[in-house]
Design a protein around this ligand. Structure first.
Ligand code: GLN
Length: 252
């Protein structure tokens, strides 16, 4: 049994659309493989200590909540970048959290929020919100393709730096900015995405990918192959969500 140490950033502020449900999925899927998730809440007064966590998780939030945490988070940019980029910890950031992991976010009312500068991107809010179901095609490992289904609701338009790797190609929905045809960002073991819903219950393959990255950080080895789980309900949720995205995703 391995204990996977999760640092959950600002759960009191960034938890729109029940994004903390992603943690529940990770805990259940870890337990089904005989591992344990040990979740520490990292709030305003908590320091980030590189090496202490195998996975960092940040949920989404409205501009208002983002404004409340942005400076506090940006002040912890260095240890967070050290932990992930140099130390190899995994990271999953959703929507408002995803935006703050880039260099910065300019909110709907022109508020400039500093970012962590961990993901190679910037975000500026537009006038129309991009709302609806999304379907992506992802290839996190060469030759291994999966679809990812979820729900997006954001005013922010995210621009990836040239050469940055998106999380996936948009099959239906808006994605990062409604134009590029890409969604999210992937940098090594770090993933940022606009997909809520929450993200992991209907995309178990991604939950397992994140778990495997966190286990690799914990053990110092390669990401392990995790034993498959039945996932019939998860597959159904994925199908329903993907069909909705194909039917009406990506319309303003
Ligand atoms: N406030 C951000 C935006 O509108 C993020 C919203 C969210 O987390 N759903 O772009």
């Amino acid at each position: 049994m391995t204990t996977i140490r999760v640092g959950h950033l600002y759960p009191d502020y960034l938890n729109i659309y029940a994004d903390r449900g992603n943690i529940a999925v990770l805990a259940r899927r870890a337990a089904a493989r005989g591992h344990r998730l040990d979740v520490t809440e990292l709030g305003m007064n908590d320091a980030i200590e590189p090496g202490m966590h195998d996975l960092y998780y940040v949920g989404g939030g409205q501009d208002r909540e983002q404004l409340l945490v942005a400076e506090n988070l940006a002040a912890k940019a260095e240890p967070l970048r050290d932990a992930v980029l140099a130390g190899g910890a995994a990271l999953l950031a959703v929507c408002g959290g995803y935006q703050l992991l880039g260099r910065g976010y300019r909110g709907f009312h022109g508020e400039d929020m500093p970012g962590v500068g961990l993901l190679p991107l910037e975000t500026v809010a537009g006038t129309k919100r991009m709302i609806g179901d999304v379907l992506l095609e992802c290839e996190l490992e060469p030759g291994v393709r999966h679809t990812l289904a979820g729900f997006e609701n954001h005013a922010g338009r995210t621009r990836l730096d040239p050469g940055a790797e998106p999380l996936g190609r948009v099959v239906a929905g808006f994605g990062n900015d409604g134009e590029s045809g890409y969604e999210g960002c992937r940098l090594g073991r770090a993933i940022g995405t606009y997909l809520h819903g929450p993200l992991l219950p209907r995309n178990p393959w991604l939950a397992d990918w994140v778990l495997a990255q966190a286990l690799a950080h914990r053990t110092g080895g390669e990401p392990p192959e995790l034993a498959p789980l039945p996932d019939a309900l998860e597959a159904l949720a994925h199908r329903v969500s993907a069909a909705r995205a194909k039917a009406r995703g990506g319309r303003l």
